[in-house]
Design a protein. Structure first.
Length: 127
């Protein structure tokens, strides 16, 4: 299972429902795109080091981009950018999940639901 950036942001903000979902999904993977998005949102080196330590303790696998993922994401952007506002990062995350034959836990299912092959587990922050 791949956990999307938005769910991990909820987790890092201390949201109890996100904590339960993330910890119950262990061990899970994240896209290299998610890792980069999260690092860009860090406020300081201490926060970054805490995040990296958590990933290591959880034995999280970072799934790197390769030619097949890139080609699949390129197709998704061509196919869905105009009709569904498909963004590059979401295309890469979806392509990573499909290439690795795994599902995606996300709160932003509207970013992905038009991709028939993608197995989505929707996270809802509300109680």
């Amino acid at each position: 299972m791949i956990v999307d950036t938005d769910v991990l942001i909820w987790y890092l903000r201390g949201h109890p429902k996100a904590k339960a979902v993330v910890e119950s999904a262990l061990p899970f993977s994240i896209s290299a795109v998610t890792y980069m998005e999260l690092v860009q949102g860090m406020r300081n080196k201490t926060e970054l080091q805490r995040f990296q330590k958590t990933l290591k303790n959880w034995d999280i696998k970072i799934l790197h981009l390769d030619n097949d993922i890139s080609m699949r994401a390129l197709f998704y952007v061509q196919e869905y950018a105009l009709s569904h506002s498909m963004m590059m990062a979401d295309a890469l995350i979806a392509a990573t999940a499909i290439q690795h034959n795994t599902g995606l836990i996300t709160a932003n299912d509207k970013h992905y639901r038009f991709i028939a092959q993608l197995q989505i587990q929707k996270f809802t922050a509300e109680n």
